[in-house]
Design a binder for this molecule. Structure first.
Ligand SMILES: [Zn+2]
Length: 162
């Protein structure tokens, strides 16, 4: 085995372990090529030379996983359209998500859990408004004082001890 060969040649020295570490790190990538003909960079499975996606024995599982991935993407797109929610990339998107959660909970029968969920949504929305307002005020302050500050000097970096 590779480890035994290294240990036999170099003994249990740091150098030998370093070489072993390099060998293990460099050599542990999937042997397949990806769709663009480049080597696949995924880690291989512990008992083989290929990653899950390229292991020929996983062909059925890979087809099923890709099919499920496609179904999930279509489902997400349908839900995004139905609920008019594109994601959480903007404040408006986040507020829309809060509105949806609020409306869905309001539609439920009255319960302690429902009221907690409504309070959680209100709390989260309140934090969002507060943070947004703080950011707006900081920008206002910066715009007022920026012209009055002396030009900032680039800091001299010191490397090492001297
Ligand atoms: Zn692979």
């Amino acid at each position: 085995m590779l480890i035994d060969a290294y240990l036999a040649r170099f003994g249990p020295s740091t150098f030998a372990y370093l070489l072993l570490l390099i060998e293990v790190t460099v050599d542990r990538s999937c042997r397949a090529l990806n769709q663009s003909g480049q080597p696949c960079r995924q880690a291989p499975q512990t008992d083989g030379e290929f990653c899950f996606w390229h292991d020929p024995t996983n062909e059925k599982e890979v087809v099923e996983a890709r099919r499920m991935g496609g179904l999930n993407r279509r489902r997400e797109q349908t839900l995004a359209t139905v609920y008019e929610l594109e994601g959480l990339g903007t404040l408006d998107d986040i507020l829309r998500a809060y509105e949806l959660a609020l409306m869905q909970n309001l539609a439920l029968d009255n319960s302690v859990a429902r009221n907690r969920a409504i309070a959680d949504v209100a709390t989260a929305a309140g934090r969002l408004y507060r943070d947004n307002e703080m950011a707006r005020q900081v920008e206002q302050i910066k715009s007022v004082i920026e012209g009055r500050l002396p030009a900032s000097q680039p800091r001299k970096r010191r490397w090492g001890l001297f």
